[in-house]
Design a protein around this ligand. Structure first.
Ligand code: SAM
Length: 258
């Protein structure tokens, strides 16, 4: 390209870049404004939803305390809570089905929330004393402590799993069942979590995870573990799928694909 033509070309590119920059900052400003608006309104929105639920309860003579706890928690920390309502019974049962109640060792549950999956595990025959529940939210922890006094409750960040559980588990875990909203975390964190979980588990033991998203929350074709998926569970709101990852019993560690 002759020099003047090259200069004109460069100038055009620069002009486009400036326009893009300008558009980007306008979009960013708009997002920040929308977020501030949401922040201002969210308490009001939360109270309205709660009031509607209470009206429904009064009419029907039933209580939805867990749902109210969940909505409050979602309003305060939407990304961390990861759902607006607790999992339904069908999804909770589907998760529990992957845990062998006759197996040996503790069963770790990450992000039990108000405990629907915990309840399904116990109903499937897992003794509450085998359960190790790792939950961040103090309100959910209080609830769980009252409901499962024989379980071990760890209030903390599940993404520091090794630090939290290494000394606590006296034998390898028979399963890890997770309700964590994994997809809100970077892939590197998810892989570190499953590596830590596998290090705490028996070879071949399941890491059971549900997700609302279409794809597997962990890559399907990575060496070192096998992957299994349930059918989509349409009876849950929103519909979900259960993914089960097992460490391949070939000496490789999950670090090998970090
Ligand atoms: C989508 S909810 C699932 C709750 C419950 N398992 C269910 O199925 O209804 C995610 C849960 O994970 C908890 N959670 C999120 N991040 C966490 C973390 N880093 N450590 C421990 N718990 C966490 C939330 O407080 C919430 O209880």
């Amino acid at each position: 390209m002759p020099l003047p033509a090259l200069r004109t070309f460069e100038q055009r590119i620069e002009r486009h870049l400036r326009v893009l920059e300008l558009k980007k900052s306008v979009i960013e400003r708009d997002i920040r404004r929308q977020f501030r608006l949401f922040e201002r309104k969210r308490d009001g929105i939360g109270k309205k939803i709660e009031e509607k639920i209470r009206q429904f309860e009064r009419k029907r003579g039933i209580r939805f305390d867990d749902e109210v706890h969940f909505i409050r928690s979602w309003i305060e920390r939407p990304l961390r809570t990861g759902a607006v309502t607790p999992s339904g019974k069908v999804l909770a049962r589907a998760m529990a089905r992957y845990v062998d109640p006759e197996s040996d060792g503790p069963v770790v549950e990450l992000g039990p929330g108000t405990g629907p999956v915990t309840q399904a595990l116990v109903a499937a025959g897992v003794a509450p004393s085998r359960l190790v529940l790792v939950e961040f939210n103090p309100t959910f922890c209080r609830l769980l402590r009252g409901r499962y006094p024989d379980a071990t409750l760890v209030q903390g960040d599940a993404y520091s799993l090794r630090r939290l559980l290494e000394a606590l588990l006296l034998q390898p875990a028979a399963a890890v069942v997770s309700g964590l909203p994994l997809v809100t975390k970077p892939m590197k964190m998810r892989l570190r979590l499953i590596r830590d979980a596998f290090d705490l588990m028996l070879p071949g033991a399941p890491f059971v995870q549900f997700t609302y998203s279409v794809a597997s929350p962990l890559p399907r074709r990575l060496a070192g573990f096998s992957v299994q998926a349930s059918e989509r569970i349409w009876m849950n709101i929103p519909p979900a799928r259960v993914w089960v990852y097992r460490k391949a019993d070939d000496g490789r560690r999950a670090n090998d694909y970090r």
